[in-house]
Design a protein. Structure first.
Ligand code: SF4
Ligand code: SF4
Length: 254
């Protein structure tokens, strides 16, 4: 299976994606944090009954662009990263299929945009919980996965497969330093002040902010992941205040 893992990584790397890890599909039912939050229909074994593994791929959101959020610049990055993840997910699923395994990717948008989120509160599959089980990071107070290199500035997608691939399990280390910068920065007062899952982001408040920004053409918000001090990328250069102010002027007139 090491050769197969190598080929999966090659497919991802050919698309510029270097963060690739694997979760054991049965862990959705045994890990207490995940099994308490993710109902049975949203688990890999419900989506692909032959599932043995979930390949999780991650793409960082550059700090320099996220520093401008909310903005047309960050919106464009967010949309582009989602497309890249979806395409890479399908490419990896096809590679696994060619090797004789069942494999399906799960799309980034598993909810139908803001309207769907308002109705369902979450996507039909949680890539964050998959990334946690694949050992890519641990949850922060902002409910995002905090990673060593990029803090919460990573987006993920998942490929569910019948291939039995080597997995490492969740990281033992907590990255969230409980500084609560995310809580203070949230314009919707949506973030609690306790670690996940004790505090869960109030989605309806986050959605209100997102809807206002969408009307201006600059959703998503992103402030709670922009301000997080966790991640080696915090030493990356960011645009000047003047450049950020200029970029933020570009909103739709309504
Ligand atoms: S901003 Fe601070 S409290 Fe919020 S997730 Fe990051 S480290 Fe944790
Ligand atoms: S995306 Fe914005 S509104 Fe939503 S929780 Fe984060 S900071 Fe708050």
């Amino acid at each position: 299976m090491n050769d197969l893992m190598g080929r999966i990584k090659d497919v991802a790397r050919a698309m510029g994606i270097t963060d690739v890890s694997v979760a054991d599909a049965s862990d959705w039912g045994t890990d207490p944090l995940v099994s308490s939050r993710i109902a049975v229909p949203g688990r890999p074994l419900s989506i692909l009954p032959a599932a043995k593994s979930v390949v999780v791929i991650g793409v960082p959101l550059q700090k320099a662009i996220l520093a401008t959020a909310p903005s047309i610049y960050y919106k464009s990055l967010y949309d582009t990263v989602n497309i890249l993840l979806d395409q890479a997910g399908e490419r990896i699923a096809l590679e696994l299929g060619a090797e004789g395994f069942d494999a399906v990717y799960v799309p980034r948008d598993g909810y139908h945009g803001l309207a769907g989120l308002k109705m369902y509160q979450s996507a039909f599959f949680s890539h964050r919980h998959a990334a946690y089980l694949a050992g890519m990071g641990t949850f922060g107070i902002n409910n995002a996965i905090l990673t060593p290199d990029h803090g919460p500035r990573m987006r993920f997608t998942s490929i569910i497969t019948s291939a039995e691939l080597p997995s490492v399990g969740p990281m033992k280390r907590e990255f969230c330093i409980k500084c609560r910068k995310c809580t203070k920065a949230c314009p919707g007062e949506a973030i609690g002040d306790k670690p996940y899952p004790e505090s869960v982001v109030r989605k309806e408040r986050c959605l209100e902010v997102s809807a206002e920004l969408a009307a201006k053409g600059i959703s998503p918000c992103g402030r709670c992941i922009a301000v997080c001090p966790v991640g080696r990328d915090n030493s990356d250069p960011v645009p000047t205040d003047a450049a950020i102010a200029e970029i933020r002027k570009y909103v739709k007139n309504r």
